[in-house]
Ligand binder design. Structure first.
Ligand code: NAI
Length: 355
């Protein structure tokens, strides 16, 4: 009787055991940073995550020990840059979130290309680009070797360039799958719905604003006409669009040299990761705007573009077009494509010059 119950339990266990898809290891590279810590916390609270790997050049194990006491089921392990630390953190990951890097200081642009007034700031912006580009390139190399089939979610700025950098590294190692590489632009969408709700006195949860293009200044193109608010026009529209495009600057300025958005970014990154995990676990019709390799403007030399993307277990399932645009939005899109092309080329060139 006892033996048969044991056999039955073993069968049941097999029948109900978690499938590979239900076992979701999420790895965060840069887990001890301003974004990394709250992002790690939010992923620990996500019941879809079974294993959380937290890597940073400093402080990964400390953050992991702290978070591991939270009473949700997932296991948490911290990793440091030891001989196998990064590789072990990445091995078997389904989702790899990359918020490693250096944030902006007041006056600096995300891509180090936009015009800034002082020469010193231009130099700092260039340094920011080179630092983050090198960090992302090296982490991409490690991911291409240790977790070539994972979904790679790039948060490190400038996203318009760091995503092409990851693509080039994966290509050079023969493991590039465009369906599994995402630039996280969710914060622009989160901000857009919040800012619209402030104008309309509505609940931001009901505001769904599509934001397309890229993730820097004028490459951020909010499509307010598609949000059900065609009545926002003229100066009001210009102010709103400008606030969505440069909302990050409000945070950089308010933090006064102590960094850029971290908490709202962590929320946005966790939302995107949750969407991907949901889709990978079989939920249908999961759509998120994200920066991916896209056919939409390839004929204009723009190989990566953020638009609404339907997600599935394979990553990118379907890339939606931008839909119908007003003349004003078409103007914004035209300006976006000019800058975006340069940003993408800059990322590709970086890997060519610094393989
Ligand atoms: P932070 O400086 O607070 O944290 C960065 C972390 O990365 C640090 O803990 C650092 O030790 C770690 N790190 C540096 N090099 C590393 C490496 N090679 N491997 C692993 N970890 C490494 O910076 P914060 O505020 O967390 O920002 C991180 C990045 O996210 C920046 O590039 C920032 O511009 C970007 N960002 C992106 C946003 C988006 O919407 N996609 C929004 C806000 C920031």
């Amino acid at each position: 009787m006892f033996a048969s119950r044991q056999v039955l339990n073993a069968c049941q266990r097999r029948a109900f055991s978690a499938s590979a898809r239900d076992l979701s290891k999420v790895t965060i590279l840069g887990a001890a940073g301003g974004i990394g810590q709250p992002l790690s916390l939010l992923m620990k609270l996500n019941p879809r995550v079974t294993e959380l790997a937290l890597y940073d050049i400093r402080g990964g194990p400390g953050v992991a020990a702290d978070i591991s006491h939270i009473n949700t089921k997932s296991t948490v392990t911290g990793y440091e840059p030891t001989a196998s630390g990064l590789r072990d953190a990445l091995k078997g990951a389904e989702v790899v979130l990359i918020p490693a890097g250096v944030p902006r200081k007041p006056g600096m642009t995300r891509d180090g290309m936009d015009s800034v007034t002082a020469e010193a700031l231009t130099n700092q912006s260039t340094d920011l680009f080179n630092t983050n580009a090198s960090i992302v390139r090296d982490l991409a190399k490690a991911a291409a070797d240790a977790s070539p089939n994972a979904n790679i979610l790039v948060i490190s700025n400038p996203v318009n360039s760091t995503v092409p950098i990851v693509a080039e590294v994966f290509k050079s190692k023969g493991v590039y799958n465009p369906k599994r590489l995402f630039g996280v632009t969710t914060l622009d969408v989160v901000r857009a719905s919040r800012f619209v709700s402030q104008i309309k006195n509505s609940d931001p949860a009901d505001e769904n604003v599509t934001v397309v293009g890229g993730h820097s200044g004028v490459t951020i193109v909010p499509l307010i006409s598609q949000s059900g608010h065609k009545d926002i026009t003229g100066d009001k529209l210009d102010t709103l669009v400008n606030r969505i495009q440069f909302g990050g600057d409000e945070v950089v300025k308010a933090k006064d040299g102590a960094g850029s958005a971290t908490l709202s970014m962590a929320m946005a990154g966790a939302r995107f990761a949750e969407s991907l995990l949901k889709a990978s676990q079989g939920v249908k019709n999961v759509v998120e705007p994200t920066f991916v390799e896209s056919p939409l403007y390839k004929d204009q030399g723009v190989n990566f573009f953020a638009s609404k993307v339907e997600l599935s277990a394979d990553g990118v399932e379907k890339i939606h077009s931008v839909g119908e645009l007003t003349e004003h939005e078409q103007g914004l899109l035209d300006a976006c494509l000019v800058d975006l092309k340069k940003n993408i080329e800059k990322g590709v060139q970086f890997v060519k010059d610094n393989p």
